[in-house]
Design a protein around this ligand. Structure first.
Ligand code: NDP
Length: 434
């Protein structure tokens, strides 16, 4: 903490991983001898840069841009860009650190990285977002590449932003290098199912955890937080599998809809109009109401999908969910559940899927997008969806079996951390002290 002051999220993420690794270090003394932990917690490279841009009224703004290239033992750095006012170096490092193990779990040969800016896209015009993205890429382009570092989207960065970023990269470099960014539009290098992949994967992971308990998602009720990319497609997959998602939220409050979320209306408001969930409640009719400032976790349901942001589900929320009989929690977001809340779920026997495993579907399909780009091909929707389902099943199997092997049956946190760590650690050992 002395070395990395004022980075509470990074400390939280590192502590959560290290807490579960003691048995691995006991079994494999060569890991400690090789200084693996000391090397793993220090990013290979951290880039911080100025992003100046001009708003529609001609005023100049200056934001800060980040890219943390954390670990490339298994492949090129891979991880999203986040545009949100809360972004600082500690947030980017927490996300990059998590990404190392998540990417290892996919088995697809990608290292870990993350980036972003404290820019707030809310309320900005398309032209302003474009100028910001162009300025951001004017510095970032020299650090990335299809064999070096491949960014994607995250909070505040969706298809529109990836488009502007890719356009500027192409212009500066004079190269059609599709594999430099993932989450591109279909028709210019994007993969089918990429926008859906994180939410779909999170629901599939929940389905796998429930199957172990002999339960099916069909007929269950669900609470989902957020109303962005991950949340929308969590709702869609839940509905496809016969479950009933009752809620969504944003930073102003949440909506509960007794009839279940009307996805077409929610997508219209969020994806087309870029509006707020309060508008959903206003337009949906009497089945829905907006609760300003509240959290979805007070709504009774069988399964829960935190899909907005870090530390959005605390101990009191966990107690409420447990009291209402929740059976499984699947983290669509990164580190949305506080450590205390995770312990409460595990102690109560609730199946808990950590983000590293449960939300790995997004980066997995990003890696499939890179494969398609390298082969200058485009796979069918069915093919990508089948691959995604196979990858999520495999991540679940590996996490489940690793937990059992280390005497922690059913503990997916331990299973995912150890399985991801072992893959990275073995590659680092083989590649020497670098
Ligand atoms: P979006 O920007 O599409 O949506 C984010 C949603 O979360 C919005 O509804 C937003 O509400 C809400 N939100 C963001 N910050 C806060 C906050 N501080 N308090 C309350 N609500 C908040 O992002 P994504 O859906 O892409 O990402 C959501 C989570 O999933 C993040 O943790 C991300 O790291 C993780 N993730 C995303 C992946 C992807 O493929 N996109 C892959 C793996 C993980 P508002 O509009 O009011 O800010």
């Amino acid at each position: 903490e002395r070395r990395n002051p004022a980075q509470p999220e990074f400390h939280q993420a590192v502590r959560e991983v290290l807490d579960t690794l003691a048995p691995v270090f006991a079994a494999r003394p060569e890991y400690a001898e090789a200084g693996l932990v000391e090397r793993l917690v220090e990013p290979e490279r951290q880039i911080i840069f100025r992003v100046p841009w001009t708003d529609d009224r001609g005023r100049v703004h200056v934001n800060r841009g980040y890219r943390v290239e954390f670990n490339s033992a298994l492949g090129p750095y891979k991880g999203g860009l986040r545009f949100h006012p809360s972004v600082d170096i500690g947030v980017v490092k927490f996300l990059g650190f998590e990404q190392i193990f998540k990417n290892a779990l996919t088995g697809l040969g990608i290292g870990g990285g993350k980036g972003g800016s404290d820019f707030d896209p809310h309320g900005r015009s398309d032209a302003e977002v474009m100028r910001f993205c162009q300025s951001f890429m004017t510095e970032l382009y020299r650090h990335i590449g299809e064999h070096t570092d491949v960014p994607a989207g995250d909070i505040g960065v969706g298809g529109r932003e990836i488009g502007y970023l890719f356009g500027q990269y192409r212009r500066i470099t004079n190269r059609w290098e599709a594999g430099v960014l993932t989450g591109k539009g279909q028709g210019w290098g994007g993969s089918e199912i990429r926008p859906e992949a994180t939410g779909y994967g999170s629901v599939l992971f929940a389905g796998e955890m429930l199957a172990v308990k002999g339960v099916s998602l069909d007929g269950l009720t669900a609470v989902v937080s957020g109303s962005g990319n991950v949340a929308l497609y969590t709702v869609e997959k839940l509905q496809q599998l016969g479950a009933n998602p009752l809620t969504c939220s944003d930073s102003q409050g949440y909506v509960v809809d007794d009839k279940g979320i009307d996805l077409a209306l929610l997508r219209q408001i969020k994806e087309v109009e870029r509006g707020r969930v309060s508008e959903y409640a206003a337009r949906r009719g009497p089945s829905a109401r907006f609760v300003p400032g509240g959290r979805v976790w007070e709504v009774p349901a069988d399964v829960a999908f935190p899909s907005a942001t870090q530390n959005e589900l605390g101990a009191d929320d966990a107690r409420a969910l447990i009291a209402n009989g929740v059976k499984a929690v699947s983290e669509g977001a990164n580190m949305p559940t506080t450590p205390e809340a995770v312990h409460l779920f595990q102690a109560a026997g609730v199946a808990f899927g950590p983000g590293k495993a449960a939300n790995a579907g997004g980066v997995a399909v990003s890696a499939l997008e890179m494969s398609q780009n390298a082969g200058r091909s485009a796979w069918s929707r069915d093919r990508v969806e089948d691959e995604l389902a196979g990858i999520m099943r495999e991540i679940h199997r590996v996490a489940y079996e690793t937990a059992a092997r280390y005497d922690a049956p059913g503990d997916y946190v331990t299973g995912a951390n150890i399985a991801g760590f072992e893959r990275v650690a073995d590659a680092m050992l083989a590649q020497g002290v670098i």
